[in-house]
Design a protein around this ligand. Structure first.
Ligand code: GRF
Length: 198
């Protein structure tokens, strides 16, 4: 069965990367994880990828004079490896408009809130401060406006009185590990169907 050549972009721990790598070992999973790119040399996710036998590329953003120059390296690396789908999983860089234009429709992200609520950082503390009773994670298409692209999938949990930003973070992470592999599956399946029926 043909699968979609997929790259995962990370900056850190890579627990979502791990969840997708694990799901992708199923023979009928429609995405092949062909490349992992990190902008941080010490990202633990690089080790996870190497343990799974996946090609890794480290592109330290500090080595580049501008956001565009860094993004051009990421773009070149994706193209060199024939990547069709780009999955951002804890990639802590805002991408330039040029890069997003180039990859729009093939670029997805996971955000730790129930979008459109709480775009940006510190989502768990902000959900508690806002008095929300529900919180969660969203997988969405990446567009020029931060955390605003069309929603692909969401998963939610209740906020309890005893919850702190740290306990919520852990709950949301657990949701993400089920949500993201399923969302990647859905997107990759859609891509394969579209290709079969031009
Ligand atoms: C996740 O909570 C994700 O929503 C956010 O960054 C975190 C990455 O965690 N974008 P990990 O590196 O996958 O463990």
């Amino acid at each position: 069965m043909r699968s979609v050549k997929t790259a995962i972009l990370i900056s850190g721990h890579g627990s979502n990367l791990q969840a997708i790598l694990d799901a992708a070992t199923a023979p009928d999973y429609p995405a092949e994880i062909a490349l992992v790119i990190s902008n941080v040399e010490t990202a633990y996710g690089l080790m996870r990828a190497q343990n799974a036998g996946i090609t890794t590329v480290t592109i330290p953003h500090g080595n580049y004079p501008s956001r565009e120059a860094f993004d051009a390296m990421v773009d070149a690396s994706l193209k060199t490896h024939g990547i069709e789908l780009v999955v951002m999983a804890g990639f802590m860089r805002i991408l330039s408009d040029g890069f997003v234009h180039e990859w729009q429709g093939k670029l997805i992200n996971i955000h730790p809130s129930l979008l459109p609520k709480h775009k940006g950082l510190n989502t768990h503390a902000r959900a508690i401060a806002a008095g929300d009773t529900e919180h969660g994670a969203t997988v969405h298409w990446v567009t020029l406006e931060l955390d605003s692209g069309e929603i692909i999938a969401q998963s939610s949990t209740h906020i309890m009185a005893a919850d702190t930003p740290e306990t919520l973070k852990q709950k949301v992470h657990a949701l993400e590990h089920a949500l993201y592999p399923e969302a990647v599956k859905k997107v990759a399946t859609g891509m394969l169907i579209t290709k079969k029926n031009p």
